[in-house]
Design a protein around this ligand. Structure first.
Ligand code: ATP
Ligand code: RI2
Length: 208
């Protein structure tokens, strides 16, 4: 569903789109919210809200609510840099992000694993970093149930999707979010700045 436009011309050397990916329940929005709060004084780093056909006021992420009947026409009019469908919802990253990256900003967004290559095609791999949040499969279920946003059927559907994609290619940083939240936040912020961080990557059923 992603419109293809070439923005290689004129892109700033420093601009970077950071895609935060991983299976539902792994902690993407939680880590993003914490980083957004801690880095709020850094004008070079932006955490834009996503357009989602999910009603406003849902548990968790603060998003830009879009009516399902409007989403397709918005996508056709080029409103989104990236867009995809998942969990019976439509998601869009607003198109202004392309200019933010071209102007040298670091833009951090929660996206589907299915649009990583679209982003690389659109912005060039040098301007895309992928932060792949990982956790044990059993942690995903516990967290989705505790979050209480989805029905049990939706949770099972999300868990089935957990291992649907492999995250690979250039400039991918894995962040383990199995431990306490503060550890996960520290690792996530290190990955945004691409600071080498200690990761005790224990074996087990990790979900990339
Ligand atoms: N390290 C952690 N330890 C314990 N609980 C966590 C940790 N990280 C996140 N959580 C909790 O797990 C639940 C799911 O987190 P979150 O909504 O951020 O996941 P997500 O990857 O954004 O999921 P989705 O893609 O479905 O939105 C939340 O209730 C959150 O508080
Ligand atoms: O499984 P994949 O395609 O990687 O991710 C599918 C969707 O699940 C998550 O959405 P939400 O935050 O749960 O609404 C991701 O942000 C993405 O939009």
């Amino acid at each position: 569903m992603t419109a293809r436009h070439d923005i290689h011309h004129g892109a700033s050397e420093n601009g970077l789109l950071i895609l935060v990916v991983g299976p539902s329940g792994v902690g993407k929005d939680t880590l993003l919210d914490a980083a957004r709060a801690r880095l709020r004084d850094d004008e070079t780093i932006l955490f834009p809200r996503r357009c989602i056909t999910r009603p406003a006021g849902s548990v968790g992420e603060i998003h830009i609510p879009v009516r399902a009947e409007d989403f397709a026409s918005m996508a056709k009019q080029g409103a989104f840099l990236l867009s995809w469908r998942a969990h019976n919802l439509c998601y869009g990253i607003p198109n202004h992000v392309r200019n933010d990256v071209a102007n040298g900003k670091i833009v951090v967004v929660n996206t589907s694993r299915s649009v990583i290559d679209d982003a690389r095609d659109l912005l060039g791999s040098d301007h895309v970093r992928v932060i792949s949040i990982r956790a044990h499969e059993d942690a995903l279920r516990q967290r989705l149930v505790a979050r209480g946003r989805e029905s049990s059927d939706d949770i099972e559907q999300r868990l089935r999707r957990a291992s649907a994609y492999q995250v690979d290619g250039p400039n991918v940083i894995a962040v383990e979010n199995d431990n306490d939240l503060e550890t996960g936040i520290g690792r996530f912020i290190d990955a945004i700045f691409h600071r080498p961080a200690h990761t005790d990557q224990a074996p087990g059923n990790r979900v990339v």
